[in-house]
Write a protein that binds this ligand. Structure first.
Ligand SMILES: Nc1ncnc2c1ncn2[C@@H]1O[C@H](COP(=O)(O)OP(=O)(O)OP(=O)(O)O)[C@@H](O)[C@H]1O
Ligand SMILES: [Mg+2]
Length: 321
């Protein structure tokens, strides 16, 4: 029946703030704050669940700031071993460790006069945290193996989906550094709490994909839209975009129906997640391994023999986040 097909509302107007699309009032308020914060060089700590747009916000702050012509550099602190992270951030001189065959600039040097985005900052090992504090306070640092400090002017924006206060209490994060990092703390609300954004962003991604050659989606059946609206979107905007891509890849024709939705959206366990009783055992095992590695996901994933992203997905699926 025609009335059971939903189309893109003709009056749908998304705001575009440096690539952050939204119709949600909270986000409009956030943009005002971002414009103010951008003028200063203060450090910013971005909180919020995975996929809520923290990296986009970091880029937006840089783009709005007087530093916009200088480089923006980004690093995910969770993806490096401690030694490599130190060299990635601060650079090294030739011969300072095995494999250091020539001098190499680190991200602080490369981001001079610009902005450095430290993603998953809670994963920085304690001994490196001291060095980070120093560069943030004194504006200089020692490259690995160097004998003279290097001076830089870098704005640091960091992000974490952990509660930094808790990391401090549990001894994994330096208190002084935590204060330094969160001069301006900003929180990105989860997608499910942004009124209007699930649907608005759904149509936004459909529009984008409609320009491709896979398929042209012109409408959505009511049951499919109901599923999209009521799903909690634990992976937030990233997951929504992937769900739209999924529909373009697995389905065909102008109508998006329930069978074009990901198993999660259809209320089925995602493939790769074992059945209930098995899931219980796996959940236990994941908890045990995570506890053993003190919550360090990279190490836990390695021991479990799965990738970090698979571990993330399963933590969501098992409501362990
Ligand atoms: N409001 C938005 N409009 C358009 N695209 C968005 C929006 N928010 C997020 N995205 C897209 O979703 C993906 C995830 O965003 P981003 O990497 O900024 O999230 P994140 O909060 O840094 O996630 P994580 O904690 O997993 O690193 C990116 O591809 C980004 O472009
Ligand atoms: Mg990120």
């Amino acid at each position: 029946m025609a009335h059971d097909i939903l189309r893109r509302p003709a009056d749908l107007r998304l705001r575009d703030f440096h690539g952050i699309y939204t119709v949600a009032p909270q986000m409009a308020e956030l943009f005002v704050t971002l414009q103010r914060v951008a003028r200063a060089s203060c450090t910013v700590l971005l909180g919020g669940e995975t996929g809520t747009g923290k990296e986009l916000v970091a880029r937006a702050i840089h783009a709005e700031s007087p530093r916009r012509k200088a480089p923006f550099q980004a690093v995910n602190c969770a993806t490096f071993s401690p030694t490599l992270l130190e060299s990635e951030l601060f650079g090294h001189v030739r011969g300072s460790f095995t494999g250091a065959v020539r001098d190499r600039d680190g991200l602080f040097a490369l981001a001079d006069r610009g902005t450095l985005f430290l993603d998953e900052v809670a994963e920085i090992p304690l001994d490196l945290q001291g060095k980070l504090l120093r560069v943030m306070q004194e504006k200089n640092f020692m490259p690995v193996g160097a004998t003279r400090p290097v001076t830089v002017d870098v704005r640091v924006i960091s992000a974490t989906n952990k509660a930094l206060g808790r990391e401090v209490v549990e001894g994994r994060f330096r208190e002084d550094l935590s204060y330094r990092m969160r001069v301006v703390p900003l929180f990105l609300p989860p997608l499910r709490e942004r009124r209007g954004d699930i649907e608005a962003l759904f149509w936004h991604f459909v529009d984008r994909m409609n320009h491709g050659t896979l398929r042209r989606i012109e409408g959505v059946t009511r049951p499919a839209m109901d599923a999209i609206r009521s799903y909690p979107w634990p992976g937030n905007v990233r997951e929504l975009r992937s769900a739209v891509e999924y529909a373009f890849v697995v389905g065909e024709g102008p109508l998006l129906d329930v069978q074009d939705l990901t198993p999660e959206l259809r209320g089925q366990p995602p493939p790769g997640i074992p059945s209930l009783s098995l899931a219980d055992t796996e959940r236990e095992r994941m908890l045990r391994v995570l506890a053993k590695h003190k919550g360090r996901k990279a190490a836990a994933a390695a021991e479990l023999g799965i990738s970090r992203s698979t571990l993330w997905r399963r933590l969501y699926a098992y409501h362990l986040r």
